[in-house]
Design a protein around this ligand. Structure first.
Ligand code: 5AD
Length: 457
């Protein structure tokens, strides 16, 4: 080890108290990544580390990355280059790339960002303190640990959660679906359920920390299984915990949405009446090439069953435009389906070819970039219109709203969310209401994305 570059060793040598080391973690991508960053923060805090408020104040900077689309990766490359600037000021700082890009792009990373000291995949976070120590000792080549692990569920570790209303709980890791467009099974490995005892332990802890809402997370969250416990059983057990006011989950996979889960959602008031149910395309041909495992008729039937059991439930979705072989007619079927489903919102993406996937190997990326873009603009425009119409249906109703905090516009108003995940801004006209309370709000009007109302005392 080089003594000159190790402030801790110098401190030790001089007999001075060590200042706790600080880590700055920056997160890209999905909610699972947010939860993973909280997990890493927890692991390091357990070793005496503190959180840095800015990269400039950190001993270690971790960039927790997403590989789902090329654009996400390019953003990270840009960011990692900027962070290299911190090294000019303080050569002893370590920069690490964690998560899906570490898994997917290890070689490209060492090539394009040779200043990166650590490359750590999503199943190696338990070893983070050791890996940092190794990187501090080596300081030339990066320390790389991208082993995937069929068993790792991070049981027994305590994430350090960001302040907020919802506490994220990962109940599943990895993915076994292998949709032909998707990199996730390759970057996050095989699907495994977190043991129910661990999920319940974390939820109880969240309640103790004052979180009124929990969001259960998994790539295909409702495929959850641990021994003989399925997703509906797990949600029921979570709902039985006193102090949990609301339960959300994301994202379910259409073919694993069981009648048992629908029945539980319908009878359990703590489970929010909102489902994000990615459909991806309105064309059976495209769905087949995506290997989604369902037809539009089956998806439509599922939505009908869900809406029959829970009238008024809100549904949102994901759409990809320009998947290999998508014709104008296929695309028109997507528009038709969207108009029929009337989702409250949608995440919409241009197809982005991901090296290593089945689509990359076997299907020509044959929809021209400008056509992908034009189709994307058309789905976005349609969804904007549908969303703006859909939000109007809440006007005149009284909805339970979880108070999240002051509204952005004014400290005299609260902001919160309905069951259906719509933001509501309402006056602080009733005294005694606090952040985290569930209150009934009469909805008076709606803008394109926000509801406005009054508390009903
Ligand atoms: N290209 C475009 N969108 C993608 N998604 C996943 N992989 C790709 C890809 N290669 C989208 C899907 C998924 C969401 C999380 O990201 O719509 O549901």
């Amino acid at each position: 080890m080089n003594i000159d570059t190790s402030p801790n060793l110098i401190d030790l040598a001089l007999g001075q108290p060590q200042r706790p080391r600080r880590v700055f973690i920056e997160t890209y991508g999905c909610q699972m990544n947010v939860a993973d960053s909280e997990l890493m923060a927890g692991i390091l805090q357990g070793e005496g580390w503190e959180k840095a408020d800015a990269p400039e104040d950190a001993d270690v900077i971790l960039v927790n990355t997403c590989a789902v689309r090329e654009k996400a990766e390019e953003r990270v490359f840009g960011r990692v280059a900027t962070l290299n600037g911190v090294k000019y000021q303080r050569p002893d700082v370590l920069i690490g790339v964690t998560g899906c890009m570490a898994e997917h792009l290890r070689d490209k990373l060492t090539e394009r960002a040779p200043w990166v000291d650590l490359i750590i995949g999503p199943d190696a976070y338990r070893r983070l303190p050791d890996l940092i120590q190794q990187a501090e000792a080596v300081r030339t080549d990066p320390i790389i640990d991208i082993r995937l692990d069929r068993e790792e569920t991070y049981e027994g570790l305590d994430p350090v959660r960001k302040e907020g209303i919802t506490g994220w709980v990962s109940i599943q890791r990895g993915c076994d679906k292998f949709c032909t467009f998707c990199i996730v099974p390759y970057t996050r490995g095989r699907e495994r359920g977190v043991p129910p005892r661990e999920v319940l332990r974390q939820v109880r802890q969240l309640v103790e920390e004052g979180y009124p809402e929990v969001t259960l997370l998994g790539q295909t969250v409702n495929s959850y299984r641990y021994e003989d416990v399925d997703f509906a059983d797990l949600v029921e057990a979570v709902a039985a915990i006193e102090g949990v006011k609301r339960i959300r989950f994301t994202s379910p996979y259409p073919i694993d949405f069981t009648p048992k889960l629908i029945a539980l959602m319908a009878r359990e008031p703590k489970v929010c009446k909102y489902i994000h149910l990615p459909v991806q395309s309105g064309s059976d041909d495209v769905l087949d090439r995506m290997r989604r495992g369902y037809t539009i008729a089956q998806y439509r039937q599922l939505v009908a069953d869900i809406r029959a059991a829970m009238p008024g439930i809100a549904i949102s979705t994901d759409i990809i435009t320009g998947f290999p072989g998508e014709t104008e007619d296929d695309f028109q079927q997507t528009l038709d389906l969207m108009a029929e489903l009337r989702c409250s919102f949608a995440f919409m993406f241009k197809y982005s070819e991901r090296p290593g996937t089945f689509a990359h190997k076997r299907l020509a990326d044959d929809v021209p970039e400008d056509v992908k873009g034009e189709r994307l603009r058309r789905v976005i425009a349609l969804q904007e219109q549908l969303g703006a119409e859909e939000i109007q249906r809440w006007v005149g109703r009284v909805e339970p709203v979880l108070v999240e905090g002051d509204s952005r516009r004014s400290p005299d108003q609260w902001s919160g969310r309905t069951d259906a995940f719509v933001t509501v801004v309402f006056d602080k006209n009733v005294p005694g209401v606090q952040r985290g309370d569930l209150v009934n709000v009469r909805i008076d009007r709606a803008s394109a994305h926000t509801l406005f109302g009054q508390i009903v005392p």
